[in-house]
Design a protein around this ligand. Structure first.
Ligand SMILES: Cc1cc2nc3c(=O)[nH]c(=O)nc-3n(C[C@H](O)[C@H](O)[C@H](O)COP(=O)(O)OP(=O)(O)OC[C@H]3O[C@@H](n4cnc5c(N)ncnc54)[C@H](O)[C@@H]3O)c2cc1C
Length: 296
């Protein structure tokens, strides 16, 4: 990591939100559900599906969880009404996981029921390691009844065991590297090991006939995934690529032109700050190029 990137990652938490907003705009559809629907329409036209995320996490009151639950249901209904090719991504801490598991389960089940009625699908995002066991267990408890998928992080040492543990029934996972800053005892910290583990987990999932959302902007991993897709003779509807809004649109077009399905993660809402900070820590170069553009 260059000195610039290290400095940005260390100090970004102290930057005023109004400044972060300038750099974070590209990652977020806007404040409103309409913004997410309009961005989805545009992406659908370009040949990409989307998954819509209501921004907000680690909420601390029951009322807030109910607000987010109702908004998630509204997203599903708006997807249905507008006819866009999109599903829903959901964070368990937004549904009250840190308040009470019972409350979280009841909120999530209401959303899953509505998704099923509408013939849609809900993907449970994976948050930091304090949520991993609960997320795996909640996914496991709902997966036979509802249209639900979860997320696995290749940086977690436990991930390959989670795949083994869950492989007794059909699996639907998004596989990503992982975004949170986890301690070395539970997570690989070395870039190459994370990539090796990504490849290992992806091949294990394909062997076990899981449906995988291959979520990465790392062209080396995209190349490896395409090789495995060919080797395993997978049909186009047996996997999908996934990318974040605002990241490497050229690679997105290449993946579409190569004949794969791709889904773009489209977050919207007022609670954009923690999500944006994570994205900017991940790629401080955004700030560098925006500053260069401004100075020009
Ligand atoms: C659809 C989707 C959903 C995700 N859901 C989760 C989740 O539920 N839980 C979780 O922990 N993580 C999630 N992530 C984030 C993921 O774990 C990684 O942190 C992120 O994708 C970066 O890893 P990478 O595989 O792209 O590889 P990297 O090696 O980090 O990046 C590869 C290249 O992509 C570009 N790039 C990567 N990130 C950015 C960025 N923010 N801005 C601009 N360029 C960038 C850079 O050019 C970089 O060189 C998700 C990612 C995607 C694509």
């Amino acid at each position: 990591m260059s000195w610039f990137n290290k400095t940005v990652s260390t100090f970004i938490d102290k930057v005023p939100p109004s400044t972060i907003a300038i750099f974070a705009k590209r990652y977020i559809a806007g404040d409103k559900l309409d913004d997410a629907v309009n961005v989805s329409k545009k992406l659908n036209k370009e040949g990409a599906m989307t998954t819509i995320d209501v921004l907000g996490e680690f909420v601390s009151t029951k009322e807030e969880t109910e607000h987010y639950r109702d908004l998630a249901i509204k997203v599903l209904e708006e997807i249905d009404k507008s006819g866009i090719e999109a599903n829903l991504s959901l964070k368990l801490t937004q549904m009250g996981l840190k308040i009470s598991r019972k409350l979280c389960l009841s909120n999530v089940e209401m959303i899953l029921k509505r998704a099923k009625e509408l013939g849609n699908f809900v993907r449970i995002d994976m948050e930091d390691s304090t949520c991993t066991t609960d997320t795996v267990e909640i996914y496991d408890s709902f997966r036979e009844t509802y249209n639900i998928g979860a997320v696995l992080q290749a940086y977690m040492r436990r991930t390959i065991n989670d795949i083994q543990y869950l492989s007794d029934k059909p699996m639907n996972f998004r596989l990503c590297k992982g975004i949170y800053d986890e301690p070395r005892v539970i997570a690989y910290k070395d870039y190459d090991i994370v990539n090796e583990n990504y490849k290992y987990c992806l091949e294990t999932l394909f062997k076990k006939k899981a449906y995988v959302g291959i979520a990465t902007h790392d062209e080396k991993l995209v190349f490896h995934a395409e090789k495995l897709i060919r080797e395993y003779g997978l049909g186009k509807d047996e996997y999908e690529f996934q990318m974040l809004l605002g990241v490497d649109e050229e690679l997105r077009r290449i993946i579409i032109e190569n004949g794969h399905r791709i889904r773009i993660y489209v977050p919207f809402g007022k609670d954009w700050l923690p999500y944006s900070i994570r994205r900017l820590k991940e790629n401080p170069n955004i700030i560098k190029s925006a500053m260069k553009g401004y100075l020009k």
